[in-house]
Write a protein that binds this ligand. Structure first.
Ligand code: SAM
Ligand code: SF4
Length: 347
């Protein structure tokens, strides 16, 4: 029997993607994100995380993205991947509907051993975040004291992580390995072309993210946003680009280089909001579910995590009631109402 269609929300958007944060802690301190130094109290247990993913898959989720804080700091990551892999290999388990398990990481702890272990445990894709190649700039973007030297060491670690992931079998050509960069005017915009050069050389898709007004701590101001259109224009002036058709449910718009040397993507949630086909639910490491990256309040799933039937009813109801269209409703470059922190939601 084929599975029931996913529930749709108030704007007829189907449930499709779960983004699960494993920790609020981070080993970097990017000022645009502002992570906690302490872990959240009441983290979900492994059995609760697996139940949550299984129930979400029963409701139509086909993609799971693990995030943070920095997910490689979490000792739950490998056991979770292994438990999910066991479920995915059993056709009778809703987890078998999971087409893709992906990870977003700052790459600092992505050693060759870790990359191999992640692959062996069933991880399909890795996105590594890196905002600059120049030491002083990267140190500022990552909130590190110590300037150029410390930044150069960071770049070395992250590029080492990229290489390790590639050697472990995360294939850039099939989207198994990507690079994320947040661009802030006056801080790291000098790094746009160097990052594009690096991504082209390594055959990795570079995803350029507009600086977002997520959370309440980062002092977001509209004049620091570089629009996706400007980023594309600047790269196109150096290496001509051709737009690709937008995929349904995708947050990014994508371009291919006319010379055939790979792709770039842009995530333009400030200037070109994409609420229309948003299919994501975000769950924090302590079990708070958010139906929008910009929501101010979540729903505490912890009282329901012990039982699949109850959890299914709660998630279905949450999705059906969902009406969020924050990015489209806000007036472009304006400051906004309070909302949850990025380091809890994980992007
Ligand atoms: N620590 C991991 C990392 O940095 O990749 C995973 C968590 S991080 C919150 C996920 C993504 O969100 C990163 O690519 C990061 O650059 C992006 N991000 C964080 N704060 C942001 C902001 N205010 N605007 C745009 N992107 C942001
Ligand atoms: Fe840490 Fe990622 Fe936030 Fe930077 S963006 S502080 S690496 S969680």
């Amino acid at each position: 029997m084929s599975p029931a269609p996913p529930p749709v929300d108030q704007w007829f958007r189907p449930f499709g993607v779960l983004r699960l944060s494993l920790t609020a802690r981070c080993n970097l301190a990017c000022p645009y994100c502002c992570p906690d130094s302490e872990e959240l109290p009441g983290l979900m247990r492994l059995d609760q995380q697996v139940r949550l993913v299984r129930v979400a898959c029963g409701l139509g989720v086909h993609t799971l993205r693990l995030t943070g804080g920095e997910p490689l700091l979490s000792d739950r990551l490998l056991p979770l991947l292994e438990a999910l892999a066991a479920g995915r290999s059993n056709a009778a388990d809703p987890l078998a509907r999971l087409k893709e398990v992906a990870l977003t990481t700052n790459g600092v702890l992505l050693t060759p051993e870790k990359a191999l272990a992640l692959r062996a445990a069933g991880l399909d894709r890795i996105t590594v975040s890196l905002d600059a190649l120049e030491g002083g700039v990267v140190a500022t973007m990552a909130g590190l004291r110590g300037g150029q030297r410390v930044g150069e060491r960071l770049v070395e670690q992250v590029l080492g992580g990229l290489s390790a992931a590639r050697r472990a079998g995360f294939e850039p050509a099939s989207g198994g390995l990507k690079l994320n960069a947040v661009m802030r005017r006056g801080l790291n915009d000098s790094q746009l072309l160097p990052l594009a050069t690096l991504a082209r050389e390594r055959g990795v898709e570079l995803r350029l993210i507009e600086y977002m007004d997520v959370g309440n701590r980062n002092g977001w101001a509209p004049d620091q946003v570089i629009s996706a259109a400007e980023m594309v224009q600047r790269i196109d002036a150096r290496w001509p680009l051709r737009p690709l058709p937008r995929e349904s449910g995708a947050t990014s718009r994508r371009w291919s280089y006319e010379d055939g040397r790979g792709l770039i993507g842009t995530i333009a949630s400030i200037t070109e909001p994409f609420c229309g086909d948003c299919n994501r639910l975000r769950v924090t490491a302590d079990g708070q579910a958010f139906t929008c990256l910009f929501a101010s309040e979540g729903t505490d799933l912890r009282p329901f995590l012990h039982n699949e039937k109850t959890l299914e009813a709660v998630l279905r109801g949450l999705w059906r009631r969902r009406r969020d269209r924050y990015s489209e409703e806000r007036q472009g470059f304006t400051a906004s109402a309070p909302h949850a922190e990025m380091a809890y939601l994980g992007g």
